[in-house]
Write a protein that binds this ligand. Structure first.
Ligand SMILES: Cc1ncc(COP(=O)(O)O)c(C=O)c1O
Length: 413
């Protein structure tokens, strides 16, 4: 497959580019730019004709433009055969779209198939020498913990920053864990289990003062709040498009600060990490001088079509406005939950929470199923009900959900 894809690229007629660009115009209906959220965009997400969808921490709702992007992919494949030159160009468009979203430059962004793939490539390129310690928190997604523990076979020492009894992670816990032996601090922006938002800047400053690097897992924040890698000053950041970026499975990104890129020598690699993928040279390893060195094999083309459409749609909707809108919805939700005397696991201060609100349940799977029967889609983790609003959710959704929870009050702890 590798050889075929490579040889097709050089012989591609130029119609492929023009044709595909034309298709894309057809594939991307634009949201109307006026009016408050969610009214101006909700009609773009057909699921709301059938269900109250409030589960974007698992997966964003399917929009008309993401659906159209898949149709465009199939059409391009059908009409043009193997338009690899265009598909590689689409990969660059995805890279640029994510770079724009997080205020990075495209050469600081790797296009990967999952957050795990990007973080694994990064981990494989680090040397655990004089500094051998990796500090991570109890709030990490399993994949992140597993990848760092896998590095123990290569000399890494993994230390966990524990959460306190109330579920928070006090700053002193970071102060105790990060020291002169620490190579990297791995933190999650918004915890997938409790919706807590870490104070990234404060932790980054501490880590940098002690000579350590910082990796931020932004999967649960990307698309739900503005992200700026320069302002946050993180060294590496990973995120995928499945959730608040409205794409689908199979596409993620790893940002690496420009001055660090060439200091990491990934050994988990592939031909799309090479300095010249078209050289097709199997006789050496010369990784790209850019963040592309964290890539691997053939890019996930269908997911790239969808990811570009999702990111574009989120940017047109407005990430900052979405954050404000969801904060308002969540304040209403928390008020209603308090009236029901429910136990909210997510921090109450708006600055310390993401889009996700978690509520304790006595039997969470039964509760999720009961809501599902009422046409309300939520999810669960750790005995908590997860409610995650996005740009398309309305105050009516919150009121309908609260009414359903009142009917299921016995399942709330
Ligand atoms: C915080 C966080 N990190 C990572 C992931 C998944 O990463 P991957 O793309 O490797 O499956 C998720 C998905 O649920 C997540 O919520």
């Amino acid at each position: 497959m590798a050889t075929e894809a490579g040889s097709e690229r050089t012989s591609l007629p130029s119609y492929a580019l023009n044709g595909a660009a034309h298709d894309e115009q057809r594939a991307a209906p634009r949201p109307s730019q006026v009016g408050p959220l969610p009214d101006r965009i909700r009609h773009r997400f057909p699921i709301f004709e059938r269900r109250l969808y409030i589960n974007s921490c698992s997966q964003g709702a399917l929009s008309d433009s993401v659906r159209a992007s898949y149709e465009a992919y199939l059409r391009d494949w059908d009409e043009k055969g193997a338009p690899w030159e265009y598909w590689v160009e689409r990969t660059e468009a995805a890279r640029a779209a994510f770079a724009g979203l997080v205020n990075a430059s495209p050469d600081e962004v790797a296009v990967t198939t999952s957050l795990s793939a990007g973080v694994s490539a990064l981990a494989s390129g680090l040397r655990f020498g004089r500094r051998s310690k990796v500090v991570l928190t109890d709030w990490e997604f399993p994949t992140v913990g597993q990848i760092w523990h896998a590095q123990e076979a290569r000399g890494a020492r993994v230390v966990h920053v524990p959460a306190a009894d109330d579920g928070s992670i006090p700053f002193e816990h970071f102060e105790r864990a990060i020291d002169d032996d620490t190579l990297l601090v791995s933190i999650t922006h918004v915890c997938y289990r409790n919706g807590a938002l870490v104070d990234v800047e404060k932790i980054v400053k501490l880590a940098h003062d002690r000579g350590a690097l910082v990796l931020l897992d932004a999967y649960q924040s990307a698309g739900s709040m503005p992200l700026d890698v320069r302002a946050l000053d993180v060294d590496f950041l990973g995120a995928g498009v499945l959730k608040y970026l409205l794409g689908s499975a199979g596409l993620a990104f790893l940002y690496a600060k420009r001055e660090l890129v060439e200091r990491v020598w990934p050994t988990a690699t592939g031909w799309f990490a090479d300095e010249n993928i078209f050289a097709m040279d199997h006789t050496d390893y010369s990784p790209a001088p850019t963040a592309s060195r964290f890539q691997s094999g053939t890019p996930p083309v269908p997911s790239i079509y969808a990811g570009i459409a999702g990111i574009q749609l989120m940017q047109e909707i407005g990430v900052a406005e979405t954050r404000e809108h969801v904060q308002e919805l969540n304040s209403r939700l928390i008020e209603g939950l308090d009236e029901l005397r429910a136990t909210i696991v997510t921090p109450r201060r708006p600055k310390r929470r993401g889009a996700l609100i978690c509520v304790k349940s006595t039997e969470v799977e039964t509760l999720v199923a009961a809501l599902e029967r009422e046409g309300i889609v939520t999810s669960s983790r750790d005995g908590n009900l997860r409610i995650s609003a996005h740009a398309y959710n309305s105050t009516q959704d919150i009121d309908d959900l609260l009414a359903a929870l009142a009917r299921q009050r016995k399942l709330l702890a």
